[in-house]
Ligand binder design. Structure first.
Ligand code: PMT
Length: 404
């Protein structure tokens, strides 16, 4: 969650049963490197003990405008915050904020801040569906407040319906996106993702284990950092809003899609696992088992990345990936040189939890002139952040040598 590293977050907790989940939100914000300033309403203290937040957060919990020794806590909190996040946000807090009413420390802080505000409503279905609550939320949205909507699920009384607070991981992801640096604004980033499938006959194909998770994480991170993203993908992993998505299946389709769009891209990230060979003559009908073992003749596909290297326009940053086993560094270095890349992102796909299909990855990023970043095992979104940091570094300073 790079957007949160070192950022000051007021975590407002109001009086709903979901306040217990705010403990997890607090812990995740801390894990992501945020400085967390917790504020509880009186109602929230009936649900969770203030000591819990004081123990987990960066400073003791505040609950009142009149807490000694600080004379005006709401202005300090509001003015120093990079983000105010209220989870859970009750109908009362939403109503007060929408109508400019300050009647406790949390609502006073909301009115005393110019930082972005995220509200995470949680309440019973009847309250959630009240036109007054929905009107207040519409008003707040129109003023630029981010609302993380509740899900449908089991509620406090055991009944099931809309109003259940969003999950802590999703809440923290939204906070991180809002605080992400906009260092790719104005750039077009072309990303490829997933494994290609080369038909043998109408039902069989030659493929690989790429899930598209790493490529889609790159697209999501680039979009969060302000880029215009074009994603050429073979998978149906989630796509960030606003992305121009091109769905392909074979290496030839990926080649056409990428080469058509590459001239307009400032950065190209080739995370896809593209087949190196394809059946030369796919059978038009299903090959029958009783006709004996077929001989499948392969032919090479175009190396899209090498072709991009030949066509590269000035100012374009070209990043290849390398799925390797064995001497990863040596193989990746030779791909860097052979394909004329600015960066190669190597993963040792024989290591546990690394590479294909996993939610995590560990990469070695190499550039010409000794540029090197060695990542630890981390989730694929964090890897995306590391790769894009390296891209920015290359585009601004041109060279460097660091370890992470
Ligand atoms: O999708 P996931 O399950 O999340 O897994 C992620 C990943 C392991 C697929 C990803 O991290 C990765 O390593 N992608 C590159 C896989 C690969 O094909 O590596 P390679 O060493 O065979 O190819 C080197 C580079 O050339 C790659 O950037 C590839 O996109 C490109 N290439 C390869 C063949 C070809 N015909 N055209 C190409 O452009």
């Amino acid at each position: 969650m790079g957007g949160l590293q070192g950022r000051r977050v007021v975590l407002g907790v109001s009086g709903g049963i979901a306040a217990y989940k705010a403990v997890e939100v607090c812990r995740r914000l801390m894990d992501a490197g945020a400085y967390v300033m917790p504020v509880m309403t009186r109602g929230a203290t009936h649900m969770v003990g203030p000591t819990t937040f004081s123990a987990l957060a960066s400073e003791p919990v505040r609950m009142s405008l009149w807490d000694a020794p600080e004379p005006i806590p709401h202005t300090r909190l509001g003015q120093t915050a990079d983000l105010v996040l209220v989870a859970p946000a009750t109908a009362r807090v939403i109503g007060c904020y929408a109508n400019g009413i300050s009647n406790d420390l949390l609502t006073a802080t909301l009115l005393a801040t110019r930082a972005p505000v995220v509200l995470v409503p949680a309440m019973h279905t009847e309250m959630w569906e009240q036109p007054a609550v929905q009107l207040n939320l519409d008003l707040l949205r129109s003023r630029g407040v981010t609302i993380v909507p509740p899900g449908v699920g089991r509620l406090a009384g055991g009944d099931v319906g809309a109003g259940r607070m969003a999950e802590p991981a999703d809440i923290v992801a939204v906070a991180s996106e809002i605080l992400a640096p906009q260092d790719l604004a104005g750039l077009t980033v072309l990303v490829t993702a997933g494994g290609t499938r080369e038909p043998i006959d109408p039902v069989r194909f030659v493929g690989n284990r790429s899930s598209g998770k790493q490529g889609h994480a790159l697209a999501a991170e680039a979009a969060a950092r302000g880029a215009d993203v074009v994603l050429v993908t073979t998978t149906n992993q989630p796509v960030p809003p606003g992305t121009d998505v091109v769905c392909v299946e074979t290496a030839a389709e990926m080649e056409d899609a990428v080469l058509d769009r590459a001239a307009g891209a400032d950065v190209v990230l080739m995370a896809a696992a593209v087949a190196d060979f394809r059946p030369k003559a796919p059978a038009p009908d299903k090959i029958k088992k009783n006709e004996g073992i077929p001989e499948i003749v392969l032919e090479p596909t175009t190396d899209i990345l090498a072709e991009l290297g030949r066509r590269r326009r000035p100012g374009q940053t070209l990043v290849g990936f390398a799925a390797e086993t064995g001497d990863v560094r040596a193989y990746a270095s030779s791909k860097l040189r052979a394909k004329g890349l600015d960066l190669v992102v190597a993963n040792d796909v024989s290591a546990p939890d690394v590479g294909f299909e996993h939610d995590t990855n560990r990469v070695l990023v190499l550039g010409p002139d000794g540029f090197e970043i060695e990542g630890s095992l981390m989730d694929k979104r964090a890897v995306a952040r590391l790769v894009l940091d390296a891209v920015i570094d290359r585009r601004t300073s041109g060279e460097g040598k660091q370890k992470k």
